[in-house]
Design a protein. Structure first.
Length: 509
């Protein structure tokens, strides 16, 4: 009987050869994993106290397994398994019973001989090309990079089968290779918040899902709705369980927002979306019962080349929609409701100078917040008088925000609350105080909820947050974020739902 044993990630041979491993408090020991080629099974062993251990063996399907390696990423243990024909997959290890669940299949046709995990990196030794690097984080980009080719183009001899990590250096056979420097975004340690729900995936693969807006059903908060922009289709509507309950094929919507109406006998809210198909603003009427209708006759022709970001705003003068273009142009439209129709008038235009996208209007304080993708978070007065004076609130300087700066929304708690911003470059969400000077309160990431079988969120475009009571599941509000990599199971993009209480606990709000 033959078996391929895997030592735990960054401990591969390093602690056996280094006295440094004996100093200071030690992290919890990692599991080990082995592939038995005769039975074609993967065995995972959890270390236990007093020499005890828990093991479980797994058959992973029809693949002819060749080997595995184990690593810990942001506190979660994973085993990477490779097989004949280029199969490579990442499996989550359950710390309770050593069971495994598929996180994602990694694309490619490499014939892998060995692998090692270090930090957020997975290194693969291929018999026909050399040493490669993948992102080890389950939400990372699945593309790989060549680190060291085989001879004669590189230093690794053909036929090399062994790969180890020794004192922070990769050793492929007899060749020592320095670890690749990881970007600051990969090494930034942030609190993790688990999603409590997710929507059904959109119907198209690739870049499809984008922004969201939350409509709170005042008559029955548990029957509230999530309006979601689908750039390949139009508007999709989900309930709080994540089920799709309606859809409107109106064109390539990019961003969506809404405002509730007070005192209207038939309508509860008006929603707006930036429509890239028709270069317009699409308007939607929401009934008190949650019914949704596209106001096709009231489509607003913007004249913009590519309507992109959008948000709504209301003050004593009326209801407004802000829409922007990739070239930096902003338009501000005043909406006037006449029965169940809407008249629109352009009242202001200005430029941010660079490519903007997400924005959020603060109705109570007369402010418009918006992101310039590679610059940061900016703000200006939302009223229509005079030239806008744009101020920078937080730069995309890889301290609080990592480009691209994408979706944002306000958690409106009375006159106070918070501004939540998608920091796409490091898969995090930054929280600022709503009131000047808009103090930064911290950032968090959305990790997997293993108990519910929900993966985390990454590369988020749009988001929405609401401070209202939504029933027992979300008594203090809800955060909805687009998930750019819906990896477990691998499906088209969707939206993750987060209990605001978990965000508040994570950041001490």
């Amino acid at each position: 009987m033959s078996a391929h044993w895997t030592l735990p990630g960054s401990l591969l041979l390093g602690c056996a050869l280094s006295l440094a491993c004996q100093a200071g408090p030690q992290p919890a020991a990692l599991p080990t994993a082995s592939v038995d080629e005769d039975s074609n099974t993967l065995t995972v062993t959890l270390p236990g106290g007093a020499g005890s251990a828990t093991s479980a063996s797994h058959s992973l399907g029809a693949q002819v397994l060749d080997g595995s390696c184990v690593g810990r990423v942001e506190g979660q243990d994973y085993v990477f398994v490779f097989a004949d024909g280029g199969y490579l997959a990442q499996w989550r290890i359950d710390p309770a019973d050593a069971s495994v669940s598929l996180v994602r299949d990694l694309p490619g046709t490499l014939e892998v001989e060995a692998c090692v995990v270090s930090g957020h990196s997975l290194y693969l030794l291929s018999e026909d090309s050399g040493l490669w690097r993948h992102g080890a984080h389950p939400e990372s980009d699945p593309q790989r990079q060549l680190v060291e080719p085989l001879q004669p183009h590189g230093r690794i001899p053909p036929g090399t089968e062994d790969l180890a990590l020794v004192d922070g250096v990769l050793v492929a056979g007899q060749v020592r290779v320095q670890l690749q420097a990881e970007p600051p975004s990969a090494t930034r340690v942030l609190p993790l918040v688990a999603p409590s729900g997710e929507t059904e995936p959109v119907r198209h693969r690739g870049d499809a899902a984008d922004d969201a807006a939350i409509w709170r059903n005042a008559r029955d908060p548990a029957r509230s709705l999530i309006l979601a922009a689908d750039k390949r289709f139009g508007l999709r509507v989900y309930d709080l369980s994540g089920s799709e309950v309606d859809n409107l094929p109106v064109g390539r919507l990019n961003n969506v927002d809404l405002r509730e109406l007070q005192g209207h006998d038939r309508l509860a809210a008006i929603a707006a979306g930036s429509n890239r198909t028709h270069r317009s603003i699409s308007l939607f009427a929401i009934g008190h019962d949650g019914s949704l209708r596209h106001l096709a006759q009231d489509e607003i022709a913007t004249g913009l080349d590519d309507p992109y970001g959008l948000c709504m705003y209301r003050d004593a003068r009326g209801l407004f929609v802000f829409v922007n273009d990739k070239d930096g142009r902003f338009q501000q439209w005043r909406l006037a409701l006449a029965g169940e129709s809407v008249d629109a008038r352009l009242v202001r235009e200005f430029s941010s100078g660079d490519q903007p996208e997400g924005c959020a209007g603060d109705d109570h304080h007369g402010r418009l917040f918006f992101g310039v993708e590679d610059h940061g978070l900016k703000a200006l007065q939302a009223d229509t008088d005079g030239e806008p004076e744009i101020s920078m609130l937080a730069a995309a300087d890889e301290r609080t925000l990592y480009a691209d700066v994408e979706g944002m929304d306000l958690y409106r708690a009375g006159d106070g609350g918070y501004l939540v911003v998608s920091s796409q470059g490091d898969n995090s969400y930054a929280v600022f105080e709503r009131l000047p000077p808009h103090r930064y309160r911290g950032s968090f990431r959305i990790g997997a909820n293993a108990a519910l079988g929900i993966d985390g969120a990454s590369e988020t475009d749009g988001l929405s947050v609401h401070a209202g009571h939504f029933g027992d599941a979300y008594p203090a509000g809800i955060l909805v974020v687009q998930d750019g990599h819906n990896v477990a199971p691998p499906e088209p993009q969707n939206f993750k739902l987060v209990d605001w209480r978990d965000v508040a606990r994570a950041l001490g709000l």
